[in-house]
Design a protein around this ligand. Structure first.
Ligand code: ADP
Ligand code: MG
Length: 352
């Protein structure tokens, strides 16, 4: 994608740091009322009045978190923002600003970085957040992107991981496993392409999975949706490393056990079909896949009627006493223990 030899490219070395920052950020406007001052000084200034301020950062490294051979830079920019906004939404908060820091090698011309920033710009526009700063530096080889997301919420509305109570219902938004299966399809096509560079695969039958991997959306809608239903989440976490790993985090933080039901885990039909083709169990894709950016949360049992049958929400189980452990009842009625096999970009051998 960077190798389109017909169009001349601008090496970043010809620009200098300040011209580069200017080129990348000039089209961003300040829209959010809490942004007092954005890019252009030593620090941005934000006024959140009576609300609490929430801050979350993620670091994305080429070769670990993304592969540019199938991830277009525009999508990468968009996804880097989604990953971070998702963490703010997972606190039941509203996202307001981001900062973006990049380390780039001279392998990337200005035009490539502009593509990256097009994606960042689109994410800012769609999610109504301001880009208020960042840092730009060089790297010897790969691309590194760090995004910090800033948000706000009323103190009483913030949902921590540790707030679940025994008997609370466990819910998940949207559906799971799609991004993982999208990755399987893309990895397979990459392998095919390496053997046969003429291959022009038709990936239309995997469009949902691929979109979940390359252009994920984060759940900006859930805070208002729950408020409208009159439901307050007691605990919340975003599903970035697979359902299993996230429900363990939430349970352990709340000092509780959990029981979920395999039949209740929402999985899109295209994901089921793709799993069959790849001989991957679709529950495994949902439990252990990653990058879904849905929200997992708990609510009072008395709120059951308010959420029942909602198209965006699935009730997948309930919280139990800590001594009961972390369990899933399979479709065949067997109880199995949930383990943290979430993938988090750290390879098995590097885990401590
Ligand atoms: P400093 O020397 O104080 O670190 P910089 O020259 O790095 O300042 O940055 C100048 C301005 O541009 C600052 O407001 C900074 O937040 C912003 N900025 C720098 N790099 C980026 C980037 N990659 N994306 C967005 N804003 C950036
Ligand atoms: Mg700087």
């Amino acid at each position: 994608m960077l190798e389109d030899k017909n169009i001349p490219k601008t090496p970043i070395a010809t620009l200098g740091e300040f011209a580069l920052i200017e080129a990348l950020t000039k089209s961003f406007e300040i829209k959010e009322s809490s942004t007092q001052f954005g890019i252009g000084d030593d620090a941005a200034v934000i006024q959140h009045e009576k609300d609490e301020t929430l801050i979350s950062t993620d670091l994305l490294i080429e070769g670990i978190h993304f592969d540019l051979s199938y991830m277009p830079l525009k999508h990468l920019g968009y996804k880097a923002v989604m990953v971070n906004l998702s963490d703010i939404f997972a606190m039941n908060a509203v996202a307001t600003q981001i900062t973006v820091s990049i380390a780039v090698s001279n392998r990337f011309p200005l035009e490539a970085l502009e593509e990256l920033y097009l994606g960042i710009h689109l994410a800012c526009k769609n999610y109504k957040v301001d880009l208020v700063g960042g840092d730009t530096t060089s790297s010897t080889k790969g691309l590194v992107i760090s995004v910090t997301a800033i948000g706000k919420a009323n103190k009483d509305e913030i949902a921590f991981r540790n707030g679940a109570k025994e008997g609370n219902l466990v819910l998940v938004t949207g559906d799971l496993g799609g991004a993982f299966m999208g990755l399987q399809v893309l990895e397979r096509e990459k392998a095919v392409f390496q053997v046969n560079q003429q291959s022009q695969p038709d990936l239309s039958e995997y469009s949902y999975c691929i979109e979940r991997q390359l252009k994920p959306e984060s759940r900006v809608d859930i805070k208002a949706l729950l408020k409208d239903l009159g439901v307050k989440p007691t605990a919340m976490i975003d599903v970035s490393d697979g359902l299993s790993s996230e429900i363990l985090h939430l349970s352990k933080a709340s000092k509780l056990g959990c029981q979920i039901y395999e039949d209740k885990i929402p999985i899109d039909p295209e994901v089921v079909k793709t799993c069959e083709e790849f001989k991957i169990n679709n529950t495994t894709a949902a439990l252990n896949g990653g990058d879904d950016y849905e929200l997992l949360f708990t609510i009072e049992q008395s709120d059951f009627e308010k959420v029942k049958g909602h198209p965006h929400l699935s009730i997948i189980g309930h919280m139990t006493d800590e001594a009961c452990g972390y369990n899933m009842v399979t479709g065949l009625g067997q109880q199995i223990e949930l383990t943290a096999q979430g993938w988090n970009g750290i390879k098995e051998e590097e885990k401590d």
